[in-house]
Design a protein around this ligand. Structure first.
Ligand SMILES: [Zn+2]
Length: 100
């Protein structure tokens, strides 16, 4: 499994204390689940972060993110984010057909 910083969403080494990209202490954020953090990141002000979060939610097939991704498509004015959210939804909903 790949690990990501809960603040900047760059890839990090498992178990690392402080993110080498943004300096955020990872254990300080651990009260939230990984999926919750990703859902929170969908509203991150830095434009590439919600796109990355949407992609990861798709990879994880996080069904609980579906209402948030759907909402994002309706409300976001960022075409890259709308595209990422749409492909993430598609990936999540394709869950049961993964074996082909
Ligand atoms: Zn970071």
């Amino acid at each position: 499994m790949t690990y990501y910083c809960s603040n900047c969403w760059n890839e990090i080494t498992k178990g690392i204390e402080v993110c080498p990209h943004c300096g955020t202490n990872q254990s300080a954020l651990e009260q939230e689940s990984f999926i919750q953090k990703l859902i929170r990141a969908l509203k991150h002000p830095e434009p590439s972060t919600p796109v990355r979060a949407a992609e990861i939610l798709g990879e994880l097939k996080a069904r609980e993110a579906l209402p948030y991704l759907t909402e994002l498509i309706k409300t976001s004015t960022d075409p890259f984010l709308v595209k990422a959210a749409a492909s993430s939804i598609k990936e999540i909903e394709d869950k049961d057909y993964k074996n082909n």
